[in-house]
Design a protein around this ligand. Structure first.
Ligand code: SAH
Ligand code: SF4
Length: 367
């Protein structure tokens, strides 16, 4: 296990690399050669950058780290949702989900291959229904660890990914600087070259950071995890609502949409008996209308050890029809990944539990 304090080469932007190379007395074009090796040819060691002088390769290896993330488990098959579990260089586990061409969920064209990526190990926000928050928060991911999820999944699956959603484990806006830095790498022509309109950040409602993101010139999309149309309901399942209640959240959203061309999306998990009543649908429609927002309804994915469940199919369709009758652009996710623990944090949790189980057995057999 290697814990390093050097910056990883894949956390830097082209202009920062140029500056670094100037400091080392190298011509600026070397920086573009390096980003070409990293993001186009996608090699995994400085030594493979064969058009750089050997001395420079050695120098880079002294100055920067070059971490890898290892795929430890893949679930699902090529034509359905696939889930990837990674082990980071410090041993922590994170996960990504590859969703094949699917109906337009976030306003993008329907033939896109979407990856859902993680931004933190665990999550500090403790939503009551979510597997990611169950074991608390460990640490923020660094930009290279977020970008590497995309590169590793493309390599493993052979698919070209053209849509990115920050909806895996963690709260992206709580890791604001690293996430923004990552988005620039994903978006840059010298990086992965994916258009800002094909990048969606999901938040549970960090009001100050929503405003900060609105002030950024990037035209990325924002999805807000609402999951309740009144404070009464939201307070029950999302502790963050006690800090930023629905009205504060909606006014941050007002600010966001005033600054961006893209429409906002409300994510709304349907949980039986908690947030699926008609009055919630009516109020949700009112919030969506205020912001010209779209609504994605997601039937709850059961998490082992948690009491929540999804409403009946009828209830789901009724909720959807109330929104549609109110003129809201709403979709109901008829999920493909249900059988492979597709909701964020679930595979990691399951693997961790298995590992703990194995350790316990090992201890027992020794004693
Ligand atoms: N922290 C951010 C992004 C990660 S969660 C956020 O909360 O928005 C991504 C989405 O998955 C959120 O909308 C979250 O509420 C949802 N989610 C979490 N657990 C789920 C489950 N068991 N079933 C369905 N969706 C779930
Ligand atoms: Fe964290 Fe999002 Fe899960 Fe809430 S839903 S615990 S904010 S990852």
């Amino acid at each position: 296990m290697r814990i390093t304090t050097r910056i990883d080469i894949k956390s830097l932007h082209l202009d920062e690399l140029q500056e670094k190379l100037r400091d080392l007395g190298e011509p600026a074009y070397r920086a573009a050669q390096i980003t070409d090796w990293l993001y186009q040819k996608r090699i995994d060691a400085f030594d493979k950058m064969s058009d750089l002088p050997q001395s420079l390769r050695e120098q880079l290896a002294r100055e920067f780290s070059f971490d890898k993330i290892d795929i430890v488990r893949v679930l699902g098959s090529k034509d359905t949702t696939q889930k990837f579990l990674f082990r980071l260089s410090d041993g922590n586990l994170i996960e990504s989900v590859l969703i094949p061409a699917s109906p337009a969920l976030y306003g993008e064209k329907s033939d896109r291959r979407t990856i859902c990526i993680s931004t933190q190990v665990g999550c500090a926000y403790g939503c009551k229904f979510c597997a990611s928050g169950l074991e608390g928060f460990s640490r923020n991911l660094r930009p290279n660890e977020i970008v590497d999820q995309i590169i590793a999944v493309e390599r493993e699956s052979g698919e070209k990914i053209d849509n990115i959603v920050f909806m895996g484990m963690g709260e992206p806006l709580a890791n604001f600087d690293n996430v923004l830095r990552t988005i620039r790498i994903i978006n840059a022509p010298w990086g992965l070259g994916i258009g800002a309109r094909h990048i969606t950040v999901s938040t549970s409602g960090l009001v100050p950071q929503i405003k900060k993101l609105a002030d950024e010139p990037l035209q990325i999309r924002l999805a807000v995890s609402l999951h309740g149309a009144t404070d009464e309901v939201r307070d029950q399942i999302m502790p963050i609502n006690r800090r930023f209640n629905i009205e504060k959240l909606l006014s941050a959203c007002d600010y966001y949409v005033a600054h961006k061309k893209q429409r906002l999306t409300f994510e709304y998990i349907l949980i039986a008996g908690v947030n699926d009543a008609d009055d919630q649908a009516n109020l949700l429609a009112r919030h969506a209308r205020r912001l010209s927002a779209k609504v994605n309804l997601i039937p709850y994915n059961a998490v082992e050890g948690l009491v929540w469940s999804r409403p009946s199919r009828n209830r789901q369709e009724k909720f959807l029809s109330i929104l549609r009758d109110a003129g809201i652009a709403a979709t109901l996710r008829r999920e493909k990944g249900h059988d492979i623990n597709a909701a964020c944090g679930q595979l990691r949790l399951q693997t961790k539990r298995e590992e703990v189980g194995t350790d316990r057995r090992a201890v027992r057999s020794r004693s």
